[in-house]
Design a protein around this ligand. Structure first.
Ligand code: KIV
Length: 254
Protein backbone atom coordinates (compact mmCIF):
# COMPACT_ATOMS: atom_id res chain seq x y z
CA UNK A 1 0.00 0.00 0.00
CA UNK A 2 1.45 3.43 -0.88
CA UNK A 3 2.34 5.88 1.90
CA UNK A 4 -0.42 8.42 1.08
CA UNK A 5 -3.02 5.67 1.57
CA UNK A 6 -1.30 4.37 4.73
CA UNK A 7 -1.41 7.92 6.15
CA UNK A 8 -5.18 8.08 5.52
CA UNK A 9 -5.73 4.66 7.11
CA UNK A 10 -3.67 5.66 10.17
CA UNK A 11 -6.22 8.40 10.92
CA UNK A 12 -8.92 5.91 11.96
CA UNK A 13 -10.29 7.09 15.31
CA UNK A 14 -7.75 9.96 15.45
CA UNK A 15 -8.28 12.72 12.88
CA UNK A 16 -11.30 13.12 10.57
CA UNK A 17 -10.71 12.89 6.81
CA UNK A 18 -12.06 15.54 4.41
CA UNK A 19 -12.86 14.31 0.88
CA UNK A 20 -14.33 16.46 -1.88
CA UNK A 21 -15.12 15.84 -5.53
CA UNK A 22 -13.35 17.70 -8.34
CA UNK A 23 -13.43 17.01 -12.05
CA UNK A 24 -11.11 19.53 -13.71
CA UNK A 25 -7.66 21.08 -13.29
CA UNK A 26 -8.46 24.49 -11.70
CA UNK A 27 -10.98 23.10 -9.22
CA UNK A 28 -8.70 20.22 -8.24
CA UNK A 29 -5.79 22.61 -7.81
CA UNK A 30 -7.86 24.93 -5.60
CA UNK A 31 -9.17 22.14 -3.36
CA UNK A 32 -5.73 20.52 -3.16
CA UNK A 33 -4.09 23.82 -2.21
CA UNK A 34 -6.86 24.40 0.36
CA UNK A 35 -5.75 21.16 2.05
CA UNK A 36 -8.41 18.54 1.31
CA UNK A 37 -7.21 15.01 2.13
CA UNK A 38 -8.80 13.12 -0.77
CA UNK A 39 -10.15 14.30 -4.13
CA UNK A 40 -12.83 12.07 -5.58
CA UNK A 41 -13.25 12.23 -9.33
CA UNK A 42 -16.79 10.97 -8.89
CA UNK A 43 -19.07 9.71 -11.60
CA UNK A 44 -21.36 12.46 -10.28
CA UNK A 45 -19.55 14.35 -13.06
CA UNK A 46 -22.20 12.82 -15.32
CA UNK A 47 -24.75 15.13 -13.68
CA UNK A 48 -22.84 18.23 -12.57
CA UNK A 49 -20.40 18.46 -15.50
CA UNK A 50 -22.07 16.65 -18.42
CA UNK A 51 -25.78 17.31 -17.84
CA UNK A 52 -27.02 13.72 -17.67
CA UNK A 53 -29.96 12.89 -15.36
CA UNK A 54 -27.93 10.38 -13.30
CA UNK A 55 -24.55 8.64 -13.16
CA UNK A 56 -25.52 5.67 -15.35
CA UNK A 57 -24.50 7.47 -18.58
CA UNK A 58 -20.87 7.91 -17.53
CA UNK A 59 -18.28 5.93 -19.50
CA UNK A 60 -14.68 4.97 -18.82
CA UNK A 61 -13.61 7.45 -21.55
CA UNK A 62 -15.32 10.28 -19.61
CA UNK A 63 -13.57 9.22 -16.40
CA UNK A 64 -10.11 8.92 -17.97
CA UNK A 65 -10.40 12.43 -19.43
CA UNK A 66 -11.34 13.99 -16.06
CA UNK A 67 -9.02 11.91 -13.84
CA UNK A 68 -6.05 12.90 -15.99
CA UNK A 69 -6.85 16.62 -15.53
CA UNK A 70 -7.34 16.27 -11.77
CA UNK A 71 -4.15 14.22 -11.34
CA UNK A 72 -2.16 17.01 -13.05
CA UNK A 73 -3.39 19.41 -10.33
CA UNK A 74 -3.28 17.31 -7.15
CA UNK A 75 0.08 17.53 -5.43
CA UNK A 76 -0.88 16.37 -1.90
CA UNK A 77 -4.38 14.91 -1.88
CA UNK A 78 -5.12 11.26 -2.64
CA UNK A 79 -6.90 11.13 -6.02
CA UNK A 80 -9.71 8.56 -6.00
CA UNK A 81 -11.23 7.68 -9.39
CA UNK A 82 -14.76 6.34 -9.63
CA UNK A 83 -15.25 3.22 -11.73
CA UNK A 84 -18.29 3.83 -13.95
CA UNK A 85 -21.24 1.47 -14.28
CA UNK A 86 -20.61 -1.72 -16.29
CA UNK A 87 -16.83 -1.40 -16.08
CA UNK A 88 -16.46 -3.90 -13.23
CA UNK A 89 -18.92 -6.65 -14.09
CA UNK A 90 -16.25 -9.34 -13.59
CA UNK A 91 -13.02 -9.41 -11.52
CA UNK A 92 -10.95 -9.39 -14.75
CA UNK A 93 -12.81 -6.37 -16.16
CA UNK A 94 -12.54 -4.62 -12.77
CA UNK A 95 -8.73 -4.99 -12.73
CA UNK A 96 -8.46 -3.71 -16.33
CA UNK A 97 -10.60 -0.65 -15.53
CA UNK A 98 -8.73 0.08 -12.31
CA UNK A 99 -5.37 -0.20 -14.11
CA UNK A 100 -6.55 2.22 -16.83
CA UNK A 101 -7.59 4.78 -14.18
CA UNK A 102 -4.28 4.37 -12.31
CA UNK A 103 -2.37 4.83 -15.59
CA UNK A 104 -3.80 8.37 -15.98
CA UNK A 105 -2.85 9.38 -12.44
CA UNK A 106 -5.33 8.03 -9.89
CA UNK A 107 -3.99 6.93 -6.48
CA UNK A 108 -7.01 4.71 -5.78
CA UNK A 109 -10.31 3.65 -7.32
CA UNK A 110 -13.87 3.54 -5.98
CA UNK A 111 -16.63 1.13 -6.92
CA UNK A 112 -20.18 0.64 -5.67
CA UNK A 113 -21.48 -2.35 -3.75
CA UNK A 114 -20.43 -4.76 -1.01
CA UNK A 115 -21.16 -8.48 -1.06
CA UNK A 116 -22.06 -8.30 -4.78
CA UNK A 117 -18.62 -6.95 -5.78
CA UNK A 118 -16.41 -8.59 -3.15
CA UNK A 119 -14.57 -10.64 -5.81
CA UNK A 120 -13.99 -7.52 -7.92
CA UNK A 121 -12.60 -5.52 -4.97
CA UNK A 122 -10.35 -8.44 -3.97
CA UNK A 123 -9.00 -8.77 -7.53
CA UNK A 124 -8.19 -5.03 -7.66
CA UNK A 125 -6.50 -4.93 -4.24
CA UNK A 126 -4.54 -8.10 -5.08
CA UNK A 127 -3.31 -6.28 -8.20
CA UNK A 128 -1.84 -3.69 -5.78
CA UNK A 129 -4.45 -0.96 -6.38
CA UNK A 130 -6.03 0.73 -3.33
CA UNK A 131 -9.84 0.61 -3.25
CA UNK A 132 -12.49 2.78 -1.65
CA UNK A 133 -15.81 0.92 -1.38
CA UNK A 134 -19.26 2.53 -1.54
CA UNK A 135 -22.27 1.15 0.36
CA UNK A 136 -25.77 2.29 1.38
CA UNK A 137 -27.37 4.24 -1.46
CA UNK A 138 -25.68 3.20 -4.71
CA UNK A 139 -26.27 5.92 -7.35
CA UNK A 140 -25.48 3.50 -10.22
CA UNK A 141 -28.40 1.31 -9.01
CA UNK A 142 -30.79 4.15 -8.30
CA UNK A 143 -33.22 3.17 -11.08
CA UNK A 144 -33.79 -0.40 -9.86
CA UNK A 145 -33.50 0.61 -6.19
CA UNK A 146 -36.45 2.99 -5.80
CA UNK A 147 -34.76 6.37 -6.38
CA UNK A 148 -32.68 8.54 -4.05
CA UNK A 149 -33.92 7.41 -0.62
CA UNK A 150 -32.56 6.87 2.87
CA UNK A 151 -31.21 3.32 3.32
CA UNK A 152 -31.08 1.16 6.46
CA UNK A 153 -34.47 2.12 7.86
CA UNK A 154 -35.49 -1.49 8.53
CA UNK A 155 -33.42 -3.95 10.64
CA UNK A 156 -33.07 -6.17 7.56
CA UNK A 157 -31.71 -3.39 5.39
CA UNK A 158 -29.35 -2.20 8.17
CA UNK A 159 -27.99 -5.76 8.54
CA UNK A 160 -27.47 -6.02 4.77
CA UNK A 161 -25.45 -2.77 4.76
CA UNK A 162 -23.35 -4.11 7.66
CA UNK A 163 -22.69 -7.29 5.60
CA UNK A 164 -21.67 -5.08 2.66
CA UNK A 165 -19.17 -3.26 4.88
CA UNK A 166 -17.74 -6.61 6.06
CA UNK A 167 -17.33 -7.76 2.44
CA UNK A 168 -15.53 -4.54 1.47
CA UNK A 169 -13.16 -4.93 4.46
CA UNK A 170 -12.53 -8.66 3.74
CA UNK A 171 -11.65 -7.79 0.15
CA UNK A 172 -8.90 -5.41 1.29
CA UNK A 173 -10.31 -1.89 0.75
CA UNK A 174 -8.74 0.96 2.74
CA UNK A 175 -11.90 3.05 2.97
CA UNK A 176 -15.63 2.91 2.34
CA UNK A 177 -18.16 5.63 1.47
CA UNK A 178 -21.47 5.28 3.32
CA UNK A 179 -24.15 7.15 1.37
CA UNK A 180 -27.62 8.17 2.60
CA UNK A 181 -28.08 5.70 5.42
CA UNK A 182 -29.93 6.17 8.67
CA UNK A 183 -27.45 8.00 10.90
CA UNK A 184 -27.41 5.30 13.59
CA UNK A 185 -26.53 2.73 10.91
CA UNK A 186 -23.55 4.80 9.69
CA UNK A 187 -22.35 5.17 13.29
CA UNK A 188 -22.71 1.43 14.02
CA UNK A 189 -20.80 0.59 10.83
CA UNK A 190 -18.03 3.07 11.65
CA UNK A 191 -17.67 1.62 15.16
CA UNK A 192 -17.44 -1.93 13.79
CA UNK A 193 -15.23 -1.11 10.80
CA UNK A 194 -11.40 -1.23 10.86
CA UNK A 195 -11.03 0.96 7.74
CA UNK A 196 -11.87 4.63 7.11
CA UNK A 197 -15.61 5.31 6.70
CA UNK A 198 -16.59 8.41 4.74
CA UNK A 199 -20.16 9.64 5.06
CA UNK A 200 -22.40 11.55 2.67
CA UNK A 201 -25.99 12.17 3.73
CA UNK A 202 -25.33 9.80 6.63
CA UNK A 203 -25.36 12.29 9.52
CA UNK A 204 -22.71 14.42 11.19
CA UNK A 205 -19.90 12.81 13.18
CA UNK A 206 -21.13 9.33 12.33
CA UNK A 207 -18.13 8.43 10.15
CA UNK A 208 -14.33 8.85 10.12
CA UNK A 209 -14.69 11.58 7.50
CA UNK A 210 -17.06 13.14 5.01
CA UNK A 211 -17.28 13.58 1.26
CA UNK A 212 -19.23 16.27 -0.57
CA UNK A 213 -19.91 17.01 -4.21
CA UNK A 214 -17.99 20.22 -5.01
CA UNK A 215 -20.97 21.85 -6.75
CA UNK A 216 -23.19 21.23 -3.69
CA UNK A 217 -20.59 22.86 -1.45
CA UNK A 218 -20.19 26.03 -3.51
CA UNK A 219 -23.71 26.40 -4.94
CA UNK A 220 -22.49 25.60 -8.43
CA UNK A 221 -25.47 23.54 -9.63
CA UNK A 222 -28.52 25.58 -8.59
CA UNK A 223 -31.03 23.37 -10.43
CA UNK A 224 -30.68 20.57 -7.87
CA UNK A 225 -29.19 20.51 -4.39
CA UNK A 226 -29.61 17.37 -2.22
CA UNK A 227 -31.46 17.96 1.05
CA UNK A 228 -28.40 16.97 3.12
CA UNK A 229 -26.03 19.39 1.33
CA UNK A 230 -24.69 22.38 3.28
CA UNK A 231 -23.69 25.00 0.65
CA UNK A 232 -21.03 27.45 1.85
CA UNK A 233 -20.99 29.71 -1.22
CA UNK A 234 -23.26 30.71 -4.08
CA UNK A 235 -21.04 30.75 -7.15
CA UNK A 236 -23.97 30.29 -9.57
CA UNK A 237 -25.37 33.70 -8.58
CA UNK A 238 -21.92 35.27 -8.77
CA UNK A 239 -21.30 33.79 -12.26
CA UNK A 240 -24.69 35.08 -13.48
CA UNK A 241 -23.93 38.53 -12.07
CA UNK A 242 -20.51 38.70 -13.74
CA UNK A 243 -21.86 37.47 -17.09
CA UNK A 244 -24.76 39.96 -17.06
CA UNK A 245 -22.36 42.76 -16.16
CA UNK A 246 -20.09 41.74 -19.07
CA UNK A 247 -23.00 41.54 -21.55
CA UNK A 248 -24.27 44.92 -20.48
CA UNK A 249 -20.81 46.49 -20.74
CA UNK A 250 -20.28 45.07 -24.26
CA UNK A 251 -23.71 46.23 -25.42
CA UNK A 252 -23.23 49.71 -24.03
CA UNK A 253 -19.70 50.38 -25.20
CA UNK A 254 -19.45 48.99 -28.75
O1 KIV B 1 -19.77 10.24 -7.69
C1 KIV B 1 -19.72 10.79 -6.58
O2 KIV B 1 -19.55 12.02 -6.44
C2 KIV B 1 -19.84 9.94 -5.40
C3 KIV B 1 -20.08 10.62 -4.10
C4 KIV B 1 -21.53 10.95 -3.99
C5 KIV B 1 -19.63 9.78 -2.95
O3 KIV B 1 -19.81 8.76 -5.51
Amino acid sequence: MNCKIEAILARKGKAPVAELTAYDYPTARLVDEAGVDMILVGDSLGMVMLGYPDTTHVTLAHMLHHVEAVARAAKKAVVVADMPINTYNTPEQAVETAQALMAVGADAVKLEGGVAVEAQIRAITQAGIPVQGHIGLLPQKVKEDGGYRMHGKTDEEAAAIMRDMEAVVRAGAFSVVIECTKHSVAKAITDACPIITIGIGAGRSTCDGEVAVFHDLVGGFPWFTPSFARPRADIATEISRAVKEYISEVKNTI
